[in-house]
Unconditional design. Sequence first.
Length: 143
Amino acid sequence: MRTQIIENCAYYDHPVIADDRGSLIALEGGNILPFELARAYFIFGTSPEAQRGFHAHKVLHQWVVAVAGSCVLMVDNGRERKDVELNSPKIGLYAAPMIWKEMRDFSGDCVLLVLASAKYDEAEYIRNYDDFMDRVRAAANRP
Ligand code: TYD
């Protein structure tokens, strides 16, 4: 099931394959994920005070899963912003390009998996919020 958080950002229930040995979730590019998968990375060992993110991507699509523990992810499309708690491997948060993200309140055991549509490219990051808002406004004014 898809639940919209803000425009261009939603979370999805993962299909869980469960039996008496435990559970398995498979995420395929172009099937469950609305993009082809080029990269996976994960964040772990975060302190409770850590704040991460504070950027948006010009072209990257991402799928974010708390495979263990929990954290709060703030998502902002330049028109509205919302906090989402990620606390289950059964849920994936999809963010299209041009979503500003900030992460905080990591539990000690949090492992945050991010699946991404392209390889790492610092040139496609927007790390300044004013620049992000300038781009949102420019896109809104484009005919
Ligand atoms: P950073 O963007 O600060 O992480 P976060 O999104 O959690 O705030 O990235 C930390 C460092 O890791 C930075 O030097 C860039 C590097 N990095 C890679 O080399 N490859 C990657 O895929 C990612 C996501 C980051």
